[in-house]
Write a protein that binds this ligand. Structure first.
Ligand SMILES: [Fe+2]
Ligand SMILES: [Fe+2]
Length: 192
């Protein structure tokens, strides 16, 4: 499997070739944050960086292209189970496997679940899930949540899920089934 150092220039070039320097800044923020969280919580730093590097890699593609990638990887019924806004996570798994040869199941799961989360997330999945939200280039006021993610990762996951609920309620964006299931698993942490 390619290393992070080998993958980085390929992915950076893909973002910049499509004129998305701002989106690549977000990716770099997620990489740095995921690496720091992995070091703090005893996860594999290399895997955290690879998953963070690839999590939004096909976000620029149109829905038809994303759907095509998802159909090939997961079968034709899967895309309809997800809000279109989250298709890029599933499509990124397909891209990482077929075009970059990424085979590590935990990296692929972390990419797949980076937006909505899921119940029973691995340590790596939790790290990429919260890093996407707390990375420093986001314009949310997330200093408290960021600190929580370093002090107590499960509390951090619960807080990010709660913030995601607020955003979805405010915007009216559709919810993901897996996100609801994740919230059902984590909400008790905030009630204790
Ligand atoms: Fe994303
Ligand atoms: Fe992202």
């Amino acid at each position: 499997m390619k290393t992070y150092a080998e993958l980085y220039p390929i992915v950076k070039e893909r973002f910049l070739a499509r004129g998305k320097p701002g989106r690549f800044r977000h990716v770099e923020g997620v990489i740095d944050t995921a690496a720091a969280l992995a070091a703090k919580h005893g996860a594999d730093v290399e895997k955290a960086k690879i998953a963070a590097l690839l999590h939004d890699v096909v976000k620029n593609e149109n829905p038809a292209s994303l759907r095509c990638r998802i159909d090939q990887r997961y079968g034709p019924a899967e895309a309809d189970r997800w809000p279109e806004k989250l298709w890029h996570g599933l499509a990124a798994v397909a891209y990482a496997e077929t075009e970059l040869g990424i085979a590590d199941a935990d990296i692929l799961a972390a990419i797949e679940n980076h937006s909505a989360g899921r119940p029973g997330m691995s340590l790596l999945e939790k790290i990429v899930f919260v890093a996407d939200y707390i990375e420093p280039n986001r314009d949310y006021d997330n200093a408290d949540i960021r600190q929580a993610c370093f002090d107590n990762l499960d509390l951090g996951v619960a807080l990010v899920l709660r913030e995601t609920n607020h955003i979805l309620a405010r915007t009216g964006w559709p919810r993901a089934e897996r996100g609801d299931a994740a919230w059902a698993e984590y909400r008790h942490i905030l009630e204790e």
